[in-house]
Design a protein around this ligand. Structure first.
Ligand SMILES: [Zn+2]
Length: 267
């Protein structure tokens, strides 16, 4: 399956971060050195980064420390300065900004949010593809998880409307809110186009300085392009991943081999 890159440029910071486990923070590595330009070149982040980030939601999981260390070494800070205040009334955008340290609890909060949105998307997609699938219970469970994690209490005002009818709108609103203040548009280009009624089309380039905004944008693009999100079939793993091939069942070659070994030893 073709996975075109994200339509978003990410400007990484000119310094790296690492986790201080004792202090429960992600912090800048000092001393840090800026190169002559100060700003490293913009890059495109890998599609599916939202699934990888979502797997950092559970500090109790076996893979947590290792995955978290790797993620921070590869991508650096999320780009937030705190958790939103009073984020239980309406959806609140993240507090995007630059800080020399970020609490691990902030990361876990947003990883859980992204996880719930990905699961919700998966449920809605499944309900559309299999008519007999009853999505109400699954959506209800995800909504309770979401409220526990600080989302607005949407359940109370929904009365008898089936959740499957309202869930797409709530999901879209939540993601749009999370992108607010995080994404910019630059380099508007006017390009001649025969198909356009005015003879030109305007192309744009979106960019961000904030990793968290890029993660929500990846999620947004997954949904708008109807790309699949899977759960690794190896029972010890169960991580979310964005498969490269439609038939992929495991998140990695290691999990495929481990699942095969386990199956063999069970026999
Ligand atoms: Zn796996």
């Amino acid at each position: 399956m073709k996975k075109p890159g994200m339509n978003l440029l990410f400007y990484p910071r000119p310094y790296k971060a690492r986790i201080e486990w004792d202090e429960k923070i992600v912090q800048v590595i000092v001393p840090f050195y800026m190169d002559k330009c100060g700003q490293p070149p913009a890059k495109k982040l890998p599609r599916g980064i939202s699934s990888r980030f979502a797997n950092l939601r559970d500090p109790e999981s076996y893979y947590f420390a290792q995955d978290f260390d790797r993620f921070v070494a590869e991508f650096g800070f999320l780009g937030i300065t705190d958790l939103p205040k009073e984020h239980f009334i309406i959806f609140q955008p993240p507090q995007y900004g630059e800080h020399y340290k970020e609490n691990i609890s902030w990361w876990v909060h947003y990883a859980q949010d992204v996880y719930i949105l990905l699961r919700l998307y998966r449920v809605l997609k499944r309900a559309r593809e299999h008519e007999e699938y009853d999505a109400e219970e699954a959506i209800d469970g995800l909504f309770s998880m979401w409220v526990k994690n600080g989302a607005p209490r949407m359940g109370r005002v929904l009365d008898d409307t089936p959740l499957i009818k309202v869930a797409p709108r709530i999901m879209a609103r939540a993601i749009a809110c999370s992108l607010t203040g995080g994404i910019n548009i630059s380099d508007m280009n006017v390009v001649p186009s025969k198909g356009s009624p005015i003879g030109f089309t305007i192309t744009e380039q979106r960019y961000t300085k904030y990793l968290l905004a890029a993660i929500y944008f990846d999620l947004w693009e997954l949904i708008t392009n109807s790309l699949p999100v899977e759960i690794c079939a190896y029972s010890e793993c169960n991580k979310l991943f964005t498969p490269k091939r439609k038939t992929a069942k495991y998140c990695s070659g290691a999990c495929r081999v481990a699942a095969y070994r386990k199956q063999k030893s069970n026999k």
